[in-house]
Design a protein around this ligand. Structure first.
Ligand SMILES: [Zn+2]
Length: 318
C-alpha cells in the first residue's frame, strides 16, 4: 500500500522507519524546531540546510572516490575505521548530537571543540600526543584540517605508502583508545598506543611480503566489483565434520575492489553443508548491519541458499 501511495524514494524512507513495539499512538512531529511544532521560518531554514547538504555531499563524494582509488593504487589497507571517518559516519559526539543522542557535541576527552572524526583522530590534543611519537613526516604535518578526506588528500600528495599505512593504523588505535576511555575509563599512554600500532604494522608488512612471494588467487580474478557507491559482501563457509564445527569467512569490498573489512567466525553446529552455507549468509548480512552498510550486494557460492533467500516463502525449516 505504501508503494502505491508514494513514489519510490518516499516509500523507501517510510518502509525503513522502525515500528515501535510499545503500541503507542502515532503523532505528528516537526524536526525543524526545538518544541517539535511546525513554522514556515523553520521550514525555510530546513530547505536551505538540505540544499547545502546535497551540494557539499556531491563534492565530498567525488573526493572520497578519488582518495580511495589512490589508496588502492598504493596498496594501503585503510580499514573500515578510516573509511567510515572519511564518510563522517563514526559515532562521534557531533554525529550523536545531531541525532539527539547526547547533550552536547564536544570532544569527551578535551571538551575544547565539537568532536567530528578529524578532531577525534587528528586535531584533539590527546591525538596529537600520539602523532608526535610517530614517523617524522607525520609529526611535522601540523596544519589544522577540516575533514578527514582533506587530510588524506594532503597526506597522499606528500607521503609514501608506508607512511599512509602508518597513518591508517595509528588512527584506528587512537579511536580505540578514545572508546576505551569513554566506556571503560582507562586511557592508554601515547607510547603504548604507538607501540601497539608498530606491532600491527609489522604484521601487515609480513603479510604483504608473504602475499608477494605467494601465488595469485584465481578466484579473486573472477570477482566482479559492485556498482559505484555499493559494497559487496562475499561469504564462504567450511564444515569440520569431526568436531561438529562450521567456519565462516566474510570479505567486504567497495566498488574499486578494495577490501574494507573481513570477519572470521566459527560455531558448533550440526555439520551439514547447506546449513553451513546458510549460516555463512546470515553472518555476512549481520556483519553488513554491524558496519552500518545500506547499499549492499551479498554474494555466496551456494545457489540453493540464494534461491531460498530470493523466494518469498515463509516458514523455512530449521
Ligand atoms: Zn578533543
Amino acid at each position: 500500500m505504501v508503494r502505491q501511495l508514494f513514489n519510490q524514494r518516499e516509500a523507501g524512507i517510510i518502509l525503513k522507519t522502525p515500528i515501535s513495539f510499545l503500541n503507542s499512538k502515532d503523532k505528528l512531529l516537526w524536526q525543524g524546531t526545538k518544541d517539535d511544532s511546525f513554522s514556515v521560518r523553520s521550514a525555510y531554514h530546513k530547505e536551505i540546510e538540505r540544499t547545502h547538504f546535497q551540494s557539499s555531499q556531491a563534492s565530498s563524494s567525488s573526493s572520497f572516490t578519488a582518495v580511495w582509488k589512490q589508496l588502492w593504487q598504493l596498496k594501503v589497507q585503510p580499514g573500515v575505521l578510516l573509511w567510515r571517518s572519511c564518510l563522517e559516519a563514526l559515532p562521534t559526539n557531533s554525529n550523536l548530537y545531531k541525532r539527539r543522542l547526547v547533550e552536547n557535541p564536544l570532544c569527551p576527552i578535551c571538551y575544547l571543540e565539537a568532536e567530528d572524526s578529524a578532531h577525534a583522530l587528528w586535531r584533539c590534543e590527546s591525538a596529537k600526543d600520539v602523532w608526535s611519537q610517530c614517523s617524522k613526516s607525520l609529526q611535522k604535518c601540523h596544519q589544522p584540517h577540516v575533514t578527514m578526506i582533506q587530510l588524506l588528500e594532503d597526506l597522499l600528495q606528500a607521503m609514501d605508502s608506508r607512511i599512509i599505512q602508518e597513518f591508517a593504523v595509528v588512527a584506528r588505535k587512537i579511536w580505540w583508545r578514545r572508546n576505551k576511555f569513554l566506556f571503560e575509563g582507562t586511557f592508554a599512554h601515547p607510547n603504548a598506543v604507538v607501540r601497539e600500532a608498530r606491532g600491527t604494522l609489522d604484521l601487515l608488512i609480513e603479510e604483504e611480503s608473504r602475499l608477494g612471494r605467494g601465488q595469485t588467487n584465481t578466484q579473486v580474478e573472477d570477482w566482479q566489483a559492485p556498482p559505484s557507491n555499493w559494497i559487496k559482501l562475499n561469504w564462504d563457509s567450511a564444515v569440520d565434520k569431526a568436531n561438529g564445527v562450521i567456519g565462516v569467512g566474510v570479505a567486504v569490498r567497495d566498488s574499486l575492489g578494495y577490501t574494507i573489512a573481513t570477519k572470521k567466525t566459527n560455531k558448533l553446529l550440526f555439520p551439514n553443508p547447506l546449513l553451513a552455507k546458510a549460516f555463512g549468509a546470515l553472518k555476512a548480512v549481520q556483519f553488513g548491519v554491524e558496519l552500518g552498510l545500506s547499499q549492499v550486494v551479498v554474494e555466496g557460492d551456494s545457489l540453493q541458499v540464494i534461491n531460498i533467500l530470493r523466494s518469498d516463502k515463509e516458514g523455512c525449516n530449521s
